[in-house]
Design a protein around this ligand. Structure first.
Ligand SMILES: CC(C)(COP(=O)(O)OP(=O)(O)OC[C@H]1O[C@@H](n2cnc3c(N)ncnc32)[C@H](O)[C@@H]1OP(=O)(O)O)[C@@H](O)C(=O)NCCC(=O)NCCS
Length: 169
């Protein structure tokens, strides 16, 4: 398994698994399948450029050259927020789960983020019913600090969001 930063040439392939993740787990993400499936290759490249322009990145996990997992990192902007960043879009295809890929993606991201000198605090949010994802984040030393009631609404059903954070310095 190989983890690397995804560039513009690689983003359309990764987008394919992202669309699958959104279709199979609508309650796990803020983005919607209906939106993502309409995004063209050029638009996915534009989205990547926007993330990169503020110091963020997208990581992909690959097996035999094919994407099996992903996450993204956004560096918050503005003088008073630049010590913070957010991890999201963490997804591993069902066939590759249970082998440490999500954890390896997060560890690779934290290592990369550590080289951005300003960033000290990483945050993420997770559906409070998503026990698998919560287990992954706890295993990566993220600490839950608050539950937002009804923070996510999917097809008319409300879910609580658990906000988690970790200091990296
Ligand atoms: C959640 C998800 C990313 C986990 O990916 P994964 O590659 O299978 O996770 P890992 O193998 O790296 O597991 C890391 C840790 O979490 C634990 N874990 C993972 N899935 C688990 C599950 N279903 N039940 C209990 N523990 C689980 C592992 O045992 C491991 O614990 P350890 O470090 O103490 O040994 C994957 O199931 C997924 O993509 N789910 C659908 C999308 C989703 O929910 N994304 C998160 C949105 S916030």
């Amino acid at each position: 398994m190989d983890i690397r930063m995804v560039d513009e040439a690689g983003i359309p392939d990764l987008w394919t698994i992202w669309v699958r993740g959104l279709q199979e787990h609508p309650e796990a993400f803020g983005a919607s399948y209906e939106w993502a499936r309409e995004v063209s290759s050029e638009q996915s490249q534009e989205i990547l450029r926007n993330i990169q322009s503020s110091g963020g990145f997208i990581l992909g996990a690959f097996e035999a050259g094919k994407p099996v997992g992903m996450l993204n990192f956004n560096h918050q902007q503005g003088e008073k927020f630049r010590h913070k960043g957010d991890i999201g879009a963490i997804y591993v295809i069902p066939e590759a789960r249970g082998r440490g890929i999500a954890k390896a993606l997060i560890e690779a991201a934290l290592e990369q983020i550590h080289s951005i000198n300003e960033v000290e605090i990483i945050s993420l949010s997770v559906n409070n019913d998503n026990l698998a994802a919560k287990r992954v984040y706890e295993s990566c030393c993220f600490m839950g600090y608050g539950v937002e009631p009804k923070g996510l609404r999917v097809n008319g059903k409300d879910y609580d969001l658990l906000h988690m954070t970790r200091e990296i310095r």
